[in-house]
Design a protein around this ligand. Structure first.
Ligand SMILES: Cc1ncc(COP(=O)(O)O)c(C=O)c1O
Length: 401
């Protein structure tokens, strides 16, 4: 059965790549952008750029209004409550670094920071480096055989010394929803601060952050069909108040003389310097675009495509999936075939998939692998993309196996 995306024509990038002979199956790395987002970028620059939060003139006031409107839209998209709980960063990675520096004063030597085996480097390295700076212990939750964070073991490992729990909602390698609510309950029972990496999760379902109840939630515009250069940090107001300021300059202050300064609260106190104005405004256009779609139709289309991807992979000899992917993507290795060789032959046939460690090197190590191929889907993909992928895979495997 052929599956046609009714939204494909809204994404000029996917059409341009197709015209060039490229099949784009790497949306977990970054997504293509809808036309309204491109229009918003051009609209902002074409109608007169201006800095935000500081000018009284008309262009400055207009830019500030559009910029702050995105904060409202993001808060609405995430059901995050008051929009002042949304901080714009330059990426999801920067948001994790903001937390690791901003919370540093909360921890004493011997305190435990808990993450899991499947974390992206963005949700590993800032905590690892913080642990090294402050003599903290990094505790790593293991996975069960299907690729889920093991709740029994988590209940043993999350204890009175746990001061922070930071886990991913949807793995960028294994493609399965993690038991985040149960993990948050374990962390909160110990009074730990809780952080959810929603970078992949935010793309494939709507989430209610007030119901989820985490202290912090992080995601990235460029994976959510928005421009790059923008990350989103949601923090519950009391959790944001615990953050120490970490980058200094521009309008993030209340008052300064040469020797001392006082700083604004979140969000502006954590947005030092000129922010990515055009990108934030254009993210607002992407959120408007997404909000106007029938979200159940999008989910159903993605689920059908994902099933087709899994069914096709299961038919190929020697293909082994990593974990039990349930949504959005599948990572695999082929027995006796090096993933870099396979990736090379796919690339030569115009198939854009990702090969390597997917910024989760310790996860790959724990699986005894140095790399894997990942196929990831966006709402604009069609079954024709998968057909081209499988034809190229068969051709490559004929040469390599
Ligand atoms: C699960 C996850 N977390 C964090 C990140 C980091 O996002 P960014 O590169 O936008 O900072 C990524 C990006 O691949 C990701 O997949």
């Amino acid at each position: 059965m052929s599956l046609i995306s009714p939204w494909r024509a809204d994404f000029p990038g996917i059409l341009a790549l197709e015209a060039e002979g490229q099949t784009y199956l790497d949306s977990a790395a970054t997504a293509q952008k809808p036309q309204p987002m491109l229009d918003a970028l051009l609209g902002y620059y074409g109608s007169g750029a201006a800095n935000v939060h500081r000018a009284q003139h008309l262009p400055g006031e207009r830019a500030t209004r559009a910029f702050e409107a995105t904060r409202e839209k993001a808060a609405h998209w995430l059901n995050a409550g008051d929009a002042t709980q949304i901080v714009f960063t330059r990426s999801a990675t920067e948001a994790f670094n903001l937390l690791a520096y901003g919370l540093e004063g909360e921890f004493q030597a011997g305190d435990e920071l808990v993450i899991s085996t499947l974390e992206h480097h963005a949700n590993l390295l800032p905590w690892q480096q913080l642990a090294l700076r402050r003599q903290l212990k990094l505790v790593v939750l293991p996975l069960d055989s299907s690729g889920l964070i093991d709740l029994d073991q988590a209940a043993q490992l999350i204890g009175p010394r746990t001061k922070l729990l930071a886990v991913s909602q949807l793995s960028n390698v294994l493609g399965c929803w993690q038991p985040v609510s149960q993990l948050l309950a374990l962390g909160k029972a110990q009074g730990a601060l809780t952080v959810v990496d929603g970078t992949q999760g935010v793309v494939h379902d709507r989430h209610d952050l007030q119901a989820l109840g985490c202290d912090f939630y992080i995601c990235s515009s460029h994976k959510l069909y928005g421009p790059d250069g923008v990350g989103l940090l949601y923090g519950r107001a009391p959790a944001l108040q615990r953050l120490r300021h970490w980058q200094f300059g521009g309008e993030m202050l209340l008052h300064t003389d040469f020797y001392n300064a006082t700083f604004r609260d979140a969000p502006l106190g954590f947005e030092a310097g000129t922010p990515p104005i055009a990108s934030v405004i254009a993210l607002g256009a992407s959120l408007d675009y997404l909000a106007a779609l029938d979200s159940s139709a999008v989910k159903a289309h993605e689920a059908r495509l994902h099933n087709k991807l899994l069914a096709g992979l299961s038919l190929r000899q020697g293909v082994r999936l990593l974990g039990e992917p349930r949504v959005a993507l599948a990572s695999f290795v082929v027995e006796g075939v090096h993933n870099a060789d396979l990736a090379q032959l796919l690339t030569e046939q115009g198939i854009a998939v990702r090969a390597g460690h997917h910024c989760a090197m310790p996860l790959l190590q724990s699986l005894g692998l140095s790399g894997a191929i990942r196929v990831s889907l966006g709402l604009y993909n069609d079954s024709s993309d998968l057909e081209r992928f499988f034809a190229a895979l068969d051709q490559a495997l004929e040469l390599l196996q």
